[in-house]
Design a protein around this ligand. Structure first.
Ligand SMILES: Nc1ncnc2c1ncn2[C@@H]1O[C@H](COP(=O)(O)OP(=O)(O)OP(=O)(O)O)[C@@H](O)[C@H]1O
Ligand code: SF4
Ligand SMILES: [Mg+2]
Length: 345
């Protein structure tokens, strides 16, 4: 358990209205991110990682129903906070975002510098309280801070290792590779001096060699600036590379949270153990996880992993196990593996 976390999500339940019924996507999810820590949220496609990320960013789709739970961030109750405060204090300011697709994030017709300065115009940490009243009247960049904001942007471009930032700002997005665009987007996420960055699969669109560079950069900048990161990924290698802690989700339920080393060497939840055994390794054969991920329109009762779990007992189908464990290694299972359990690396 993290003492005084920056982000604390408790029992979050989110469903989506669909043409086929209500999909119960997040089922009482718990997750905390400590100050200056990097939390990896891992799980297979469709387990609800993006839904959780979007809930923290307050950008859920209109057909989403928040059925329960809380999201506390830096002393604020985000789900109860008035919309106006959310917009002016939190969204895109104290919590920012690195998207998955660096190609779709920029408008191809406008210079990168103009697009980044437009964000700076509204969200600069040097923005004065009196500017808020201008609202849509703020058509021109306030002169008093243009120079300092532009200098801050150039310094950031240096930090993310974009060569010749002055010239880079004058280019169109098409002039940059995917990796460079992701560097620009990391700079954009840092522009407001946020406390938390949500990075939703930030490297899946990039070549493998570039992925490692971007992850290293993200980790270095987060450490230097004391920023927390919630990073979602379906790739355990990515989580291993940069995270301090990892939370695993299965079909919309959090099943295990652990410091990264313990997660990889001593998984306690049967699903986590199977997930690790499904990774390639020179020391053992790859084992597939038998069965299928359940439909979220009619999910299994209790522990949603029970139809695929060798350890399942009647109580697993009746109710969801509570959290147990110590030292930041938390598992939600009626019959967890013992601490001695070890998956061969
Ligand atoms: N707006 C929506 N309306 C209906 N269903 C949705 C909506 N958004 C997401 N879902 C469903 O919620 C489930 C979780 O989706 P989500 O995108 O959160 O998963 P994910 O873990 O991010 O997957 P991936 O690894 O593929 O990105 C999926 O079954 C998805 O189809
Ligand atoms: S709670 Fe039961 S079904 Fe779920 S993982 Fe644990 S043993 Fe398996
Ligand atoms: Mg996703």
């Amino acid at each position: 358990m993290i003492a005084d976390p920056l982000l604390a999500i408790s029992d979050l339940a989110i469903a989506f209205r669909t043409g086929h019924g209500v999909a119960r996507v997040l089922d009482g999810v718990n997750l905390s991110v400590g100050r200056g820590r990097i939390m990896g949220l891992v799980g297979e496609s469709g387990c609800g990682k993006t839904t959780l990320a979007r809930a923290v960013l307050s950008v859920l789709a209109p057909n989403a129903l928040i059925e329960g739970g809380t999201i506390h961030f830096g002393g604020l109750d985000l789900l109860a906070l008035p919309r106006a405060r959310l917009e002016t204090e939190v969204k895109g300011r104290r919590i920012t975002f690195v998207p998955q697709d660096p190609y779709g994030a920029f408008n191809p017709l406008f210079r990168v510098g103009d697009q980044m300065m437009e964000v700076m115009k509204w969200k600069s940490p040097r923005r004065q309280p009196y500017e808020r009243g201008f609202g849509p009247l703020l058509t021109r960049f306030p002169r008093a801070r243009y120079k300092t904001d532009r200098e801050a942007l150039i310094a950031l471009l240096n930090e993310v290792q974009i060569p010749d930032p002055e010239r880079a700002l004058a280019k169109l997005p098409g002039a940059f590779s995917g990796g460079q665009r992701q560097r620009l987007l990391i700079a954009m996420a840092l522009m407001t001096n946020p406390d938390l960055i949500i990075a939703d699969e930030p490297t899946t669109a990039l070549d493998v060699t570039i992925q490692a560079q971007i992850l290293k950069l993200l980790k270095r900048l987060a450490r230097e600036r004391g920023v927390s990161i919630l990073l979602t990924t379906h790739d355990l290698g990515t989580a291993y590379e940069i995270c301090d802690e990892v939370t695993v989700m299965y079909a919309g339920q959090d099943v295990e949270t652990a410091p990264v080393a313990a997660f990889f060497t001593h998984p306690r939840h049967p699903y986590t153990a199977r997930l690790l055994e499904s990774l390639p390794s020179p020391n053992r054969e790859i084992k597939e996880i038998g069965g299928e991920v359940p439909s979220l329109l009619a999910p299994p009762q209790g522990c949603r992993f029970h139809p695929r779990c060798e350890r399942a007992s009647p109580e697993c189908t009746a109710s969801r196990p509570a959290k147990s464990g110590t030292g930041g290694h938390i598992v939600r299972c009626f019959h967890p593996l013992t601490m001695a359990a070890e998956v061969a690396p």
